[in-house]
Design a protein around this ligand. Structure first.
Ligand code: GCB
Length: 693
């Protein structure tokens, strides 16, 4: 949820000081992003029929958020200035964490109010220093950066200058030159502020950006958490508290993704919504363009193929482009020409008193359809089997900070593995990740940060309202990615609790309202009889850890237990099923034969038992398997975790454990079996080469 303050707004009185008054306690009322027709009170519709084929051509992207969130791309009418690098930084270690607001640190350069650290952006602040207090810090941290702007940006009143923050975990307040410009709740989705007036108001050719970020999680944040005050003064110092979370990854915080400034003209293309379909061999591209700044403009739309040839064109703010003999966007490994991307070029022209204005934006478009039947997941009308992974945005000292080398390495490992898909467990990933999925043909289940919804309080109306808004932000950001084939609204909520029925009915209906072109699910670990949300999903996604979290060491029970799990779920719902998590904790280099828990042999043995059942059930209604996890990742400290979760088939440094080779054999075999078009995929050896074009 974001609110953009008017650029000229006066600076504000001190903002709240978690953890005693965490962000959730003072969420902004409605702000700029209000719903037209939906919200917590939405009339939920009947259960999503398992056999419902989701019409690919339905419009209905009635996005309720005001304003778009197009990825900032350079064009003849748009420039970008990246602000990655070293920022000044200070954590507010004061007892109430409010000193920064009391002393108004945003008013003057941060170095004037006390000592600062150099902090790389993007990165998490937790692991880059040597101060243990910073690693586990809870409360407000302050980032600041001075930026020199091109003269045109500060002098030309026909230029709109926008500050865009890719991700600030968890709650952020932003000032430019000491003036409050934006607030945003939620650590995984971008937000923006129009700062034109501020940077164009004086002789200055520079501006000072200050961002205060609070990582406190409460029962109403997504993900939720709780602050535990330890009041026993014989054991804890006065005022002692810790942040507890109900999920299994470290709550890294900071500016995790690129921060940038970009420009548009003052009359500009604000958003584009694409849906695609096929009529025989003709590809259909429905477009809707949203313009801000004027009601008087002309729009020209052209669709170009990969050779740059115009294959269709139109005018006006909405319409349908028809592409005879269209190339479809196919998932990687499913077809010999995967991931075909057209380019939709939108050109705006307008006349103003000051002269003509034009804006240009080009969006990659993949033509494909997605549908779900009782026992199949269809892409372009053909059965698709997910053989993929669950990931985390996590590695080494940068925490969750975006990193190109890591990203490219991960995609090369996916290819090496023969994985065709992943779930963005357990929060939306960086936009650059989604762009590479489009480009490489990696299919994505796009998950919201709804992980750890286990407390009754987290089912309150306040929480639901926020969750609805997060889904709006997520759909708004990712709706045009062909790689995204399904939304996941949550992971392992306590979906057996009474309020869960209404909560998931509402949330799923709302997500379908936002995007009728994709199926919606959440990932469950509840019992099939007790799960109150399952009636509303299109695909059952179930996590299970047989012979890991129970029946320790007894791999002989896996086949029976897993087969029972599938049969019970299918008999109850007649919906396709994905085994959305399974795996075993494995410390790289631990060997034991016969296998014992934590050894590489145990991980392989456990996977093999799962695969035997998956091979039977995928002939019936199981449509996918996603290993937990692609790579080891950091968690909170606990006696159950040896420096993080070690269920990766790769280490945190991206080196393979034995299970990676086992899975690689399997995935390439599956790829050959489930390939739709042309000859078989060559031997798995081709997987050694990176993605090429
Ligand atoms: C799960 C969770 C995941 C955990 C995993 C585990 O079911 O969805 O976040 O990390 O189990 O390893 O326990």
């Amino acid at each position: 949820m974001a609110r953009e303050a008017s650029a000229g707004a006066r600076d504000r009185s001190p903002a709240p000081g978690p953890p005693s008054a965490p962000p959730g306690a003072r969420r902004l009322a409605a702000g700029g992003w209000r719903l037209a027709a939906s919200g917590a009170g939405i009339m939920a519709r009947g259960p999503a029929g398992a056999a419902a084929v989701l019409g690919p051509l339905l419009w209905g992207c009635a996005l309720a958020l005001q304003g778009g969130m197009l990825y900032p791309r350079e064009s003849p009418s748009r420039e970008r200035k990246e602000l990655d690098g070293l920022w000044s930084f200070r954590a507010d270690f004061s007892d109430n964490r409010r000193q920064g607001f009391e002393q108004q640190w945003y008013r003057t350069p941060l170095r004037e109010s006390g000592p600062t650290l150099d902090m790389p952006v993007p990165s998490s602040f937790n692991d880059v220093g040597q101060d243990g207090r910073l690693r586990s810090f809870v409360g407000w941290v302050w980032y600041e950066r001075e930026v020199t702007l091109p003269q045109r940006w500060t002098q030309d009143l026909g230029t709109r200058v926008v500050l865009r923050i890719g991700s600030a975990h968890y709650y952020a307040i932003v000032w430019v030159n000491g003036v409050h410009v934006a607030e945003h709740e939620g650590g995984h989705l971008p937000f923006e502020a129009d700062v034109s007036k501020l940077v164009q108001s004086g002789p200055l050719s520079s501006c000072r950006i200050t961002i205060a970020i609070n990582n406190t999680l409460t029962p109403h944040t997504l993900p939720p958490g709780t602050i535990l005050y330890q009041k026993d003064t014989s054991k804890y110092p006065k005022g002692y508290f810790v942040q507890n979370t109900h999920f299994d990854f470290f709550n890294y915080a900071g500016l995790h993704r690129p921060v940038l400034l970009y420009t548009t003209p003052t009359i500009y293309i604000d958003d584009i919504t694409i849906t695609t379909g096929m009529d025989q061999n003709t590809g259909l591209v429905n477009y809707k363009v949203f313009v801000q700044g004027s009601e008087h403009f002309q729009l020209e739309v052209r669709l170009l193929d990969e050779e740059g040839k115009v294959v269709a064109q139109g005018t006006g703010d909405q319409g349908q482009l028809q592409v005879p003999s269209a190339y479809l966007w196919w998932p990687y490994l499913m077809h010999e020409h995967p991931a075909y991307l057209y380019s939709l070029e939108v050109r705006l022209t307008a006349q103003t008193e000051a002269g003509p204005v034009s804006d240009f934006y080009a969006l990659p478009v993949g033509i494909r359809t997605v549908a779900v039947t009782e026992n199949q997941f269809l892409i372009n009308g053909k059965p698709f089997y997910f053989h993929g992974v669950n990931k985390h945005e996590d590695a080494d000292i940068r925490g969750k900070g975006f990193d190109w080398p890591l990203l490219v390495k991960d995609f090369n490992l996916l290819r090496w593995l023969g994985a065709n898909s992943f779930r963005t467990s357990h929060y939306p990933y960086a936009e650059e990740v989604m762009q590479l999925c489009d480009r490489y043909g990696i299919v994505v289940i796009d998950e919201s940060p709804g992980v750890g919804i286990v407390l009754t309080q987290s089912y309150s109306n306040v929480s639901l309202q926020h969750h609805l808004e997060v889904m709006e932000e997520l759909v708004r950001r990712d709706k045009n990615h062909p790689a995204v084939v399904m939304w996941s609204v949550a992971n392992e909520p306590a979906s057996y609790l009474k309020p869960a029925g209404y909560y998931f009915k509402t949330l799923i209906a709302h997500t379908k309202d936002l995007d009728p072109s994709r199926p919606v699910t959440f990932v469950t670990n509840s019992n099939y009889e007790a799960d109150l949300g399952a009636p509303y999903v299109d695909v059952i996604c179930v996590n299970s850890y047989y012979s890991w979290y129970h029946d320790y060491g007894h791999m002989e029970v896996i086949q029976l237990q897993l087969a029972t799990q599938f049969e019970k779920w299918y008999r109850t719902y007649q919906k396709p099923i994905i085994q959305s998590e399974y795996g075993a904790e494995t410390i790289a280099g631990f060997h034991q034969d016969p296998p014992l828990m934590f050894s590489e042999e145990y991980q392989k043995g456990l996977l093999e038992q799962y695969h035997l059942v998956l091979d039977q059930k995928r002939k019936e209604y199981v449509v996918g398997e996603l290993i937990w996890n692609f790579a080891d990742f950091m968690t909170d400290q606990s006696p159950q975790r040896a420096m993080g979760n070690k269920k990766g088939i790769f280490t945190r440094q991206r080196q393979p454990k034995g299970a990676a080779f086992l899975l690689r054999e399997r995935y390439w075999k599956l790829a050959n079996e489930t390939r739709y078009h042309g000859s078989a995929v060559k031997s798995q050896c081709v997987g050694n080469s990176p993605f090429t074009f």
